[in-house]
Design a protein around this ligand. Structure first.
Ligand code: S3P
Length: 171
């Protein structure tokens, strides 16, 4: 069984995934990184050169592949959940955790996060908040939702996920 992490951009999936990897020994696969390695281009460059739809096709193919693996921690891009096929594939062999930060957590990270995220780059805070809100219905469909407040550390999030995963799969 895989541990799958979903969540809005800059919700801390990559950091939590690394900590989880240390806790349970599973290899971490970050789908954005997987796509970047496959294309030899950054996500920013893929969006610039080919557009979002093309990126979504790559994301879908990446998820189709990695969801067939076992005992991995799969950190997905923030928009992966918007394609129901991605979720059903990931669910076949994984427990899907949603990192659910309060918007103020994201807000504090925007300046740094926008450097590598085309959907944050040059966007107003209102637009980012709009996208954050419109994504919630997809995140609500995950198996577990972990709320993250402004004072929470990623180690806590990782521990909660680990405990829930252990209970669920008898790990
Ligand atoms: C996206 C999130 C990004 C990346 C791409 C699109 C999104 O991943 O997949 O820029 O639509 O929310 P992170 O969630 O890791 O930033």
């Amino acid at each position: 069984m895989n541990i799958v992490l979903t969540g809005f951009m800059a919700s801390g999936k990559t950091t939590v995934a690394k900590i989880l990897g240390g806790l349970c020994g599973f290899e971490v696969i970050d789908t954005d990184k997987y796509i970047e390695d496959g294309e030899g281009m950054t996500v920013n460059a893929i969006f610039d050169k080919y557009g979002e739809l093309y990126f979504r096709t790559l994301e879908r193919a990446a998820i189709e592949k990695v969801s067939k693996l076992d005992n991995k921690i799969i950190a997905t891009g923030g928009g992966a959940v918007t394609d129901p096929d991605n979720i059903s594939r990931l669910r076949e062999n994984g427990i899907i955790f949603n990192l659910s930060p309060d918007f103020e957590v994201i807000e504090k990270r925007i300046e740094e996060a926008a450097k590598t995220r085309p959907l944050m780059r040059g966007q107003s805070i209102d637009k980012i908040r709009e996208r954050f809100i419109s994504r919630q219905k997809f995140y609500d469909d995950c198996d577990y939702k972990i709320n993250i407040g402004a004072d929470d550390v990623p180690e806590r999030t990782a521990m909660i996920i680990m405990e829930k995963f252990k209970q669920k799969v008898n790990f």
